[in-house]
Design a protein around this ligand. Structure first.
Ligand code: NAG
Ligand code: NAG
Ligand code: NAG
Ligand code: NAG
Ligand code: NAG
Ligand code: NAG
Length: 802
């Protein structure tokens, strides 16, 4: 009877279980009681250890309040309140860490019921954490004064606060540009403060820590005010400003500062405020509104800070400043009011800027004195100090190769500036730099010695660029002393132009999996190089299925096709075909025939013919067949191309390592198959702009900006240089290695291109040292032949010269 039994089981289940379990309840209960009793007796022995462990836990729970309530299983209200009111003092029966958080420890953290209600999370973390911006300034202006006083405030105050809005009752005309203006279109001017509060409650009620209200007839020292509120607790109720003459409320003309707790109370009471406005005193309107909501009185104090203000009655800057500057209270004031006109606003601003400048200079001097003072307690004493104080000390070379060389210059020329330059005319920025330096030196000399000294001539000048500190100069100046019958004196001065503040530029986000379209421009004379290139490309890119494609632009010489000549690119075409078949890809490698219409085809003209085949989103990497393509290159260089080329933002011009002519540098041994890197076998070719990467849309944008006349003298580099919105990133690229190549410099090129081509060919041959040795050996052979080798008498062997 299994069914009947099942039904019986179903009905009698509770009873059945009760009956079954009952016999075991007694022993279990006895066991538990015993266990607890034994446990309690052992407590005192362990108390010490438990205490220590738990005290740590207790401290932690206070410092880092973690909300556990939402993680735990639902508990009854009683249980929660028991938990929360229980002290954090250790309870020895429980070794499990339990973090108990009474809500009164941190106000504002929601309890369980609140958490359950609020499911939607705010968009920004700052909103959730209650992080607010610092200062909001509401400037109560009017249509008549906005274009004078308002603009003056825009120029003096607005840069120092987080946000500033000008409020007017009626629409100003004309409307000044570049200012935030809110007009309420209400002829009743007395409502302006309440309208302003209402606007704030609708738009910025919880966005700022401090709210400042001020009329436009006030000069405020914005930077000082910002510094002051930064040091006031944001939880404090601040109603701070300049009390009006009757002392009841803060005067709007002197500026009023509210903290968030005060403003949030005031904003709840706007209806009352609107009904209780003062007909002609906005300060009273605002003050009554605050008093009604918070019962606070205007105070000059907020935190430990005092709001210094200065009332200027019948103020006339030029007459009064002589008297006022001697008043220490005037110098320390944050707010000065009321001003008769906007010119006074500017004059006061100038006065206080100079005052700040003086203070800053004093601080710098004080810091310098402190550095000198402290240095004697350091390990090397006073000697450890380097001049100028506060600028990093000069770079200390570790060996003779890392010595930074000094470059010699005069007022007209610069000597041995770089490895290849012997003498160069001073012009452009270099000239301005040196003129500026001389002038600074002369001024310093006139100040320290004798203003009778006048500059006559620069005898010697040396400069060097130290990356840790800036440009250093040593100048020998010939000066004339007028006081001593035009006597000439030679003075040596040291100068340093320190490096300014380092700036961080935010870059857009890029990924490493963009497809690269590699365009290789192949001229007739480079055909022999192509074999090696193609084999390497197949090995590194086709075998590994890298996310790149190759497009070979075959540039046919001018006039090809008229005469029946052999196809110069037959071999590359065959190779491309062969590899495409081998790897079974139709699209990975392509070639495009470009028929040159002129004797010389500029790179831009070639690209113009290729670009229409690509979409705007394509990342193009232009290269030449002389580049080496190993798997290292693929991993490093290709990825750097992806990272450094940013659409609408940056194009990349790497500086590759160019090999010298192998016949010269590898005289005795055979040339290695891969390009070696070293100062004897090649150089980073700063003249080369052949390798570059960019997005098609950026190329098109830059191309539009280029005039047709500029075509003959432009290169891809100058093309992008003229597009001011794009960054050009140029950096040494150790994985871009270029085999030696002889460029064919055609006289039909523009003068500029031809010069550039010839320079590259000559500089690319070998290092100056090796070239000089070649000439020297050549001459030596000629000399030895002509001098030491007179016809020898028969029978005597010529002496072997080594
Ligand atoms: C949790 O908060 C709600 C309202 O936010 C309040 O009514 C309730 O009493 C609070 N519960 C506890 C246990 O504090
Ligand atoms: C106001 O200041 C902003 C920024 O400081 C500036 O761009 C704008 O031109 C100024 N407006 C006037 C009218 O001076
Ligand atoms: C501020 O408000 C209180 C009542 O809330 C009132 O007694 C007091 O007179 C008010 N102060 C001023 C200056 O109006
Ligand atoms: C106030 O500042 C001015 C300008 O720096 C200065 O000349 C004057 O001595 C200062 N006055 C006092 C009392 O410190
Ligand atoms: C600044 O300080 C210099 C001396 O260090 C003093 O001659 C000059 O008057 C001061 N100027 C102001 C505006 O304080
Ligand atoms: C550019 O050069 C070609 C030949 O080199 C010449 O025919 C053409 O007129 C030049 N264009 C300009 C704008 O100078």
């Amino acid at each position: 009877m299994p069914i009947a039994r099942a039904i019986l089981n179903l009905f009698y289940a509770p009873f059945h279980r009760y009956v079954c379990i009952r016999p075991y309840i007694l022993p279990v209960t006895v066991g538990m009681v015993l266990g607890i009793a034994i446990h309690m007796t052992s407590v005192p022995f362990f108390e010490d250890r438990c205490d220590r462990n738990l005290r740590l836990m207790g401290q932690r729970s206070v410092q880092e309040p973690i909300m556990l309530t939402s993680l735990l299983k639902p508990q009854s209200k009683d249980e929660i309140s028991k938990k929360t009111t229980r002290n954090i003092v250790p309870e020895s029966e429980d070794f499990e860490p339990r973090i108990v958080k009474p809500p009164e420890i941190k106000p504002g953290v929601a309890n369980k019921t609140a958490v359950q209600k609020k499911i939607s999370r705010p968009r920004y973390i700052s909103t959730e954490l209650g992080i607010r911006e610092k200062v909001f300034a509401a400037i109560l202006s009017s249509a008549d004064t906005l274009n004078t006083f308002g603009i003056a405030i825009n120029r003096t105050l607005v840069g120092h606060v987080t946000k500033a809005i000008f409020f007017t009752s009626t629409m100003p005309s004309p409307i000044p540009q570049g200012m935030n203006i809110v007009s309420f279109l209400d002829k009743h001017n007395e409502y302006l403060p309440v309208h302003t509060l209402k606007y704030i409650s609708e738009h910025y009620s919880d966005t700022y820590d401090f709210y400042m209200f001020v009329s436009d007839r006030t000069y405020l020292r914005g930077q000082r005010i910002y510094e002051m509120v930064e040091h006031i607790s944001i939880n404090e109720e601040v109603y701070m400003g300049a009390p009006s003459p009757d002392g009841k409320f803060c005067d709007l003309e002197g500026g009023v500062i509210f903290s968030q707790p005060v403003i949030s109370k005031v904003l709840k009471n706007l209806d009352w405020c609107l009904k209780n406005t003062h007909p002609d005193n906005p300060s009273t309107t605002l003050g009554m509104c605050v008093n009604q909501s918070t019962q606070k009185h205007c105070s000059m104090k907020g935190g430990d800070h005092i709001f210094h203000h200065y009332r200027l009655d019948d103020f006339e800057y030029d007459d009064d400043i002589i008297r006022l500057r001697e008043d220490p209270y005037f110098n320390s004031s944050l707010s000065l009011y009321p001003l008769p006109d906007d010119i006074s606003q500017y004059k006061l601003h100038r006065y206080f800027c100079l005052l700040e400048l003086n203070l800053t200079r004093q601080q710098i001097n004080k810091a310098k004195e402190e550095i000198i003072d402290l240095s004697q307690h350091g390990p090397e004493g006073r000697d450890s100090l380097t001049w100028p104080i506060g600028v990093p000390e000069p770079f200390k070379p570790t060996n003779r190769y890392s010595v930074i060389p000094w470059v010699f210059f005069t007022e007209t020329h610069i000597y041995l500036d770089g490895e290849l330059s012997i003498i160069k005319e001073l012009k452009g920025l270099d000239k301005l730099d040196i003129q500026d330096t001389i002038q600074a030196a002369v001024e310093a000399l006139q100040q320290t010695y004798d203003s009778e000294l006048t500059f006559q001539q620069l005898i010697n000048g040396y400069r060097r660029y130290d990356q840790t500190r800036g440009m250093e100069y040593v100048l020998d100046l010939m000066m004339t002393n007028k006081a001593k019958k035009n006597e000439n004196i030679l003075k040596r001065v040291h100068l340093v132009r320190p490096i300014g503040k380092v700036e961080n530029i935010q870059m857009p986000y890029v990924t490493e999996n963009t497809a690269i379209y590699m365009v290789v421009i192949l001229h007739e004379e480079e055909v022999d190089m192509f074999d090696k290139f193609m084999v390497e490309y197949a090995q590194t890119c086709m075998e590994t299925k890298d996310n790149s494609q190759l497009i070979v632009a075959l540039v046919y010489p001018n006039g090809y096709g008229n005469e029946k000549k052999k196809d110069p690119f037959a071999k590359p075409k065959a190779l491309i075909d062969q590899f495409s078949k081998k790897y079974n890809t139709d699209t990975k490698v392509n070639f495009k025939v470009i028929q040159s219409e002129e004797a010389y085809m500029n790179d831009i003209k070639i690209l113009d013919l290729l670009i229409p085949d690509f979409t705007d989103e394509t990342l193009i990497m232009v290269g030449r067949a002389n580049m080496e393509l190993t798997s290292d290159v693929l991993v490093s260089y290709f990825n750097r191309v992806r990272m450094n080329t940013i659409k609408g933002w940056q194009v990349f011009f790497p500086v590759g390592f160019a090999q010298y002519k192998p016949e010269i540098i590898y005289k005795e041994k055979s040339a290695p198959s891969l390009v070696e890197v070293g100062s004897k076998v090649g150089r980073y070719d700063l003249q080369s702009y052949d390798h570059t990467s960019f997005y098609v849309s950026d190329y098109k944008a830059a191309r539009k900006l280029m005039s047709p006349e500029a075509m003959n003298i432009s290169t891809i580099f100058t093309l992008f240089l003229n597009h001011k919105k794009l960054h050009i990133f140029r950096a040494v690229e150790p994985f871009l290695k270029l085999r030696w190549i002889q460029f064919s410099c055609l006289p039909t090129m523009s003068q500029h291109h031809y010069q550039h081509c010839v320079t590259r060919n000559t500089e690319g041959l070998a290092s100056t040292h090796d070239l000089a040795m070649l000439i020297f050996q050549d001459r030596k052979e000629v000399l030895t032949q002509s001098i030491i080798e007179p016809p020898l008498p028969k029978g005597i062997d010529p002496v072997k010269k080594s």
